[in-house]
Design a protein around this ligand. Sequence first.
Ligand SMILES: [Zn+2]
Ligand SMILES: [Zn+2]
Length: 268
Amino acid sequence: MKTNFKPLILTAITAFAVFACTSNDDSSTSADSNDTDEIADEEVVTELHAAYGAFNADAVTAILSDDGTEVYIETTGFPDHTSIYWEEDNALYLDETSAGVVKTTQNTYIGGGQGEAASFTVDAIPNLTGSTVSTQLNTIGIAVSGASIFNDQEGAGDLDDAAGSLDWAGGHKGPGVYHYHLEPTPISSDDDSLVGILLDGVFIYGRQCNSTGTNPTDLDASGGHTSTTQYTAGEEEYHYHIINEVYTTGNYAYTPAYVLFAGPFQGY
Ligand SMILES: [Zn+2]
Ligand SMILES: [Zn+2]
């Protein structure tokens, strides 16, 4: 594994950074601006963060931009674990009806062509100095499995009402991308495993922190704090955790359950 992560951080003056949060990288050219107000400091890195080595390489591709300021991430959206949401003849199909899972969709399934692929660009170094940003009812991050992370809301209604459709991984589909709302237990189950990366460029880990081997008690409102992780080579870095607070709902088939991420984003 190429995980020789060096936290070598340089500072560059670049206009590119101004557009980093709001547009695709192809539309951001660094040389066509004559407005000096658009020049900003941007931290750059020289290597892709070692945590990307934990992602399912069959689904997820991460590429560091040439100038070291951003990471382009794309995924097929297909998780690498079993679920009732695979088609029944797929090797990863798991019949969870006996456990009580009631599927949300009739004629859709993972890989069924409902536009599950996704891509986005994050800052290589999250901006932790600005104000917080609320999460939205859509993909808020990509898990190491390759599937989407959603927040604690359900588009068609309260998450409580949809909890009966969540599979053993805390995810469901319907009819868009397969996505997790709860602690995705195939990835992390009360341990310190990397769960994924959120759209603000901050990594999210399981309920335990590698720095202490325990459930952290110093988390902010987003489940974040600053400490070393197994991917930072001894350096401290801001990251999120799944908050160790039981999500009480009567109809989730697998308990106890923990909300994966309720926000707000701290890294925009
Ligand atoms: Zn959902
Ligand atoms: Zn931690």
